[in-house]
Design a protein around this ligand. Structure first.
Ligand code: SF4
Length: 352
């Protein structure tokens, strides 16, 4: 088997919790023993409710924040073992696209300056070729090159996210992590940016980690899905299997919460996510799980399965997840949007 582009091994990260006087009052285990494999050229989606640790995990994977334990293997090399200089050299291979395109671009830089910055930082092209390369990158993301002299505030949210994608592509990365890359955009623009990301992934052979709570987008774009709950992976597998036959009660509940994605026998998700400062003993989902039994409070369920794994003591004896006939509606919504906006784009010509 070839070396995965990215592999997380038992990665954990806690943040101290302090009172009003600054005294330490505990710790939040934001990510707690996560292992994941991301093969080259694949798209892995990490999904879960707000506060489950998925954004922290994305930043740990890029070593933008330091893990407390575990290994972060990039092409077989542990990023945690790299010196500051070695990490800087690796940075060109790994990029992050943020959720908010209004916050991710420096308002004091023109588009050309923003996109050229990584070119210069990593010595991608000689200075004399920067303008040409920026023009190519803008074209690649569907923007007219003559817009390069404009300022970020002159663009719409969708256009700004395209600029952020061009900037991410500038260093010719092998891995891009998109942290909710379309969730701040209008639903109409989301489909355009999802299409763009899909094209780039396919044409450039990118490896992509999508952090998202939008299961419609995830279903459309991801090869595999990892479901997180309170800092731990509770289910992971091929997208079609996780959506078609979810094994963990939490995954079923998440799908049930999305119109058209529900399964028969899926519990509705009730109650708030427990405090990560003091998570439930045993299975962390037990306080919201309709199938919880005494064992669930005593023992942490391990991830079990072959290719499609879930962490539930009773995954073999739960009522079967019976996919409804309308289970594809989330994907259908995106397909309709894409068809509509492809049509609109053709009519209007250039997006910008
Ligand atoms: Fe529910 Fe128990 Fe399975 Fe956890 S281990 S998901 S509480 S049945």
């Amino acid at each position: 088997m070839s070396t995965p582009l990215l592999e997380l091994r038992d990665v954990a990260k806690g943040f101290p919790v302090r009172d009003a006087l600054g005294r330490r009052r505990g710790a939040v285990r934001a990510v707690d023993g996560v292992s994941l494999v991301v093969p080259k050229g694949s798209v892995l989606a990490i999904v879960g409710e707000s506060g489950c640790g998925k954004s922290t995990l994305g930043r740990l994977a890029l070593r933008l924040i330091e893990a407390d334990q575990g290994q972060i293997m990039f092409e077989g090399e542990d990023l945690r073992g790299l010196s500051a200089r070695g990490l800087r050299a690796r940075r060109r291979d790994m990029q992050l696209i943020f959720q908010d395109p209004f916050a991710s671009l420096d308002p004091r830089m023109t588009v050309e300056q923003a996109v050229a910055e990584p070119l210069r930082l990593h010595g991608i092209v000689p200075r004399a070729q920067e303008t040409q390369r920026v023009a190519e990158l803008l074209s690649r993301v569907g923007l007219r090159p003559e817009l390069a002299r404009r300022w970020p505030h002159e663009f719409s949210g969708g256009q700004r996210q395209r600029i952020a994608i061009a900037r991410a592509l500038a260093s010719q990365p092998k891995l891009i992590i998109g942290d909710e890359p379309v969730s701040a955009l209008d639903v109409s623009v989301q489909a355009q940016v999802v299409n763009l990301l899909q094209d780039l992934i396919r044409e450039l052979g990118l490896t992509f980690v999508l952090i998202s709570h939008d299961l419609g987008v995830v279903r459309h774009i991801a090869d595999r899905v990892a479901v997180m709950y309170l800092g731990r992976i509770v289910e992971e597998g091929p997208t079609a299997q996780v959506f078609g036959a979810p094994r963990h009660p939490y995954t079923r509940a998440l799908l049930a919460a999305v119109p058209g994605q529900g399964h028969a026998n899926a519990p509705l998700l009730e109650g708030d996510i427990p405090s990560p400062i003091n998570p439930p003993s045993g299975c962390r989902f037990r306080t919201r799980c309709p199938y919880a039994q005494a064992l669930c409070a005593e023992q942490l369920p391990p991830l079990e399965g072959l290719g499609h794994v879930a962490a539930c003591h009773f995954q073999g004896s739960l009522p079967p997840a019976l996919a409804g006939q309308d289970v594809d509606t989330g994907g259908e919504r995106l397909r309709r949007l894409q068809a509509y906006f492809t049509d609109q784009t053709q009519k209007q010509g250039e997006l910008a």
